[in-house]
Design a binder for this molecule. Structure first.
Ligand code: PLP
Length: 388
C-alpha cells in the first residue's frame, strides 16, 4: 500500500469477524479495564488501558506503517515520548550529542532535567556540519539526538551521514521528525534507530490534541520502550488516539497544501523591503537546499524570517495580523505566527539564542491551508505597519 492509502486504512480495518460490528471508523474504547471470560486469558489481549487499548493500538500501528517502521508507541505528549526514550535507553553518566537548535522545550528537558538533575552529559553542536558531530563523539556517547529541520531556524543535518558515523558504535540515533512528518521524510529508512514526534503538530493537524510518539524497527528497543510505557504510564488517551487517527487520514493531502502555500509565502517575503532574510528549505537561497531536496520529499509548511526592524518590528507585525493567530505550536490547518525569542524559545538563555543565530527580530510562521491570497494580504497589511 502506498503512503496515502496506509494513512487512511492501517490500524482502522473494519472488524467483520463474527461478533464484530464492522465500524469503518475506529471506535473510541474508553473502558479502563477489560472483563475476562477466563481467569488466565485477557480478552482479545487487553487487560487494562494503560497497558494496552484498542484505539491506541490502532494509532500505534498506523504510526509505524507511515514511518516505515515495525513498532509505534503513543505517549501523552512529545516531551513525554522524549522522556520515555531517555529513561528507557540511557543512564546517568552517558553522553549525548544534540543539535544546538532544538525546540526550546526539548533543550530544556535535556539540560535542566536530564543534564542538571539526572546526570547525562550533553554536547550541543552545529550539526549542519557532520564533522562537528564526529568531533563531539566520546567513548561514552550513547545517543545522538537530532531534529531536522530544526525549530525555528530550519537548519538541516544529514541523517544518513550521521548514522554512518556511529554504525560500529554502541550509540543510537534518534530523530525528531515533527516538522517534516513521514509524508516528507523517513529517518528510519536513512538509518536512524528511533523517530520521535510531537503528534500535537502535523500528525494530528487540527490543534486539538497534545500527544507524542516513538517509532522503531528493532524488536529489542520496542520491548524495552513498551515496558517503560506501561511501567511509567505517560500514555496517550483513547480520545486523543482517535483524534490523531482521524487527523492522519489527511496527512499527505494537508502536507502538500501546507507546502504549496509556504513556498509561495516564502518567495513573496523574500522580495519585501521590511525583511532581512527568509529561511525556508524549499528556497534556493537556503544554505542547505540541496540536502533538503535529497533527504526530504517535500519542504514542509514552516517559514521563518528576520525583520530588518528587529524586536520592535516583530512586535508590530504580531500585533497587526488578523488571520494568522498569534500562538505557539504549529502544524494545524490554521496559520499561526510567533516570535521565538519572546515565546517558544524564551526558555533558551539569550546567549545560547545568540550563538545559534536566533535573533530577536525572527518571526516564525506555521502556514495553514487557508487561501494563500488571504494569508498574503494579511501579511502585507501587517508588514506595512511595522514601518509606522
Ligand atoms: C520539534 C518539536 N519536538 C517536540 C515538541 C514537544 O512536543 P509536545 O509539546 O507535544 O510535548 C515540540 C513542541 O513544540 C516540537 O516543536
Amino acid at each position: 500500500m502506498r503512503f496515502d492509502t496506509r494513512a487512511v486504512h492501517v490500524g482502522e480495518e473494519p472488524n467483520l469477524a463474527p461478533g464484530g460490528t464492522g465500524d469503518v471508523v475506529m471506535p473510541i474504547h474508553l473502558s479502563s479495564t477489560f472483563a475476562r471470560a477466563e481467569i488466565d486469558v485477557p480478552t482479545a489481549g487487553y487487560e487494562y488501558s494503560r497497558s494496552g487499548n484498542p484505539t491506541r493500538d490502532g494509532l500505534e500501528r498506523r504510526l509505524a506503517a507511515l514511518e516505515d517502521g515495525q513498532h509505534g508507541l503513543a505517549f501523552a505528549s512529545g516531551l513525554a515520548a522524549e522522556t520515555a526514550v531517555v529513561l528507557t535507553l540511557l543512564r546517568p553518566g552517558d553522553h549525548v550529542v544534540l543539535f544546538d537548535d532544538l525546540y526550546g522545550g526539548s533543550r530544556r528537558l535535556f539540560t535542566k532535567v536530564f543534564g542538571e538533575q539526572w546526570g547525562l552529559s550533553l554536547t550541543f553542536v552545529d550539526a549542519t556540519d557532520t564533522a562537528r558531530v564526529a568531533e563531539a563523539l566520546r567513548p561514552e556517547t550513547r545517543m545522538i539526538w537530532m531534529e531536522t529541520p530544526t525549530n525555528p531556524l530550519l537548519k538541516l543535518c544529514d541523517i544518513e551521514a550521521i548514522c554512518e558515523l556511529v554504525q560500529d558504535r554502541e550509540c543510537l540515533v534518534a530523530v525528531d521528525n515533527t516538522f517534516m512528518t513521514p509524508a516528507f521524510q523517513r529517518p528510519l529508512a536513512l538509518g536512524a534507530d528511533l523517530v520521535v514526534h510531537s503528534t500535537t503538530k502535523y500528525l494530528n493537524g487540527h490543534s486539538d490534541s497534545v500527544g507524542g510518539a516513538v517509532i522503531v524497527n528493532s524488536d529489542a528497543l520496542h520491548e524495552r520502550l513498551r515496558f517503560h510505557q506501561n511501567a511509567a504510564g505517560a500514555v496517550l488517551s483513547p480520545f486523543d488516539s482517535f483524534l490523531v487517527l482521524r487527523g492522519l487520514k489527511t496527512l499527505g493531502v494537508r502536507m502538500r497544501a501546507h507546502q504549496e502555500a509556504a513556498l509561495r509565502i516564502a518567495g513573496w517575503l523574500s522580495d519585501r523591503a521590511e525583511v532581512a532574510r527568509v529561511i525556508y528549505p524549499g528556497l534556493d537561497s537556503h544554505p542547505q537546499h540541496d540536502l533538503a531536496a535529497r533527504q526530504m520529499s517535500g519542504f514542509g509548511g514552516m517559514v521563518s524570517f528576520e525583520l530588518i526592524g528587529g524586536l520592535t518590528a516583530a512586535r508590530r507585525l504580531l500585533e497587526n495580523v488578523r488571520i494568522f493567530a498569534l500562538a505557539e505550536s504549529l502544524g494545524g490547518v490554521e496559520s499561526l505566527i510567533e516570535s521565538p525569542a519572546l515565546m517558544t524559545h524564551a526558555s533558551v538563555p539569550p546567549e545560547a539564542r545568540r550563538e545559534i543565530g536566533l535573533t530577536d527580530g525572527l518571526v516564525r510562521l506555521s502556514v495553514g491551508i487557508e487561501s494563500v491570497e488571504d494569508l498574503l494580504e494579511d501579511l502585507d497589511r501587517a508588514l506595512k505597519r511595522t514601518q509606522a
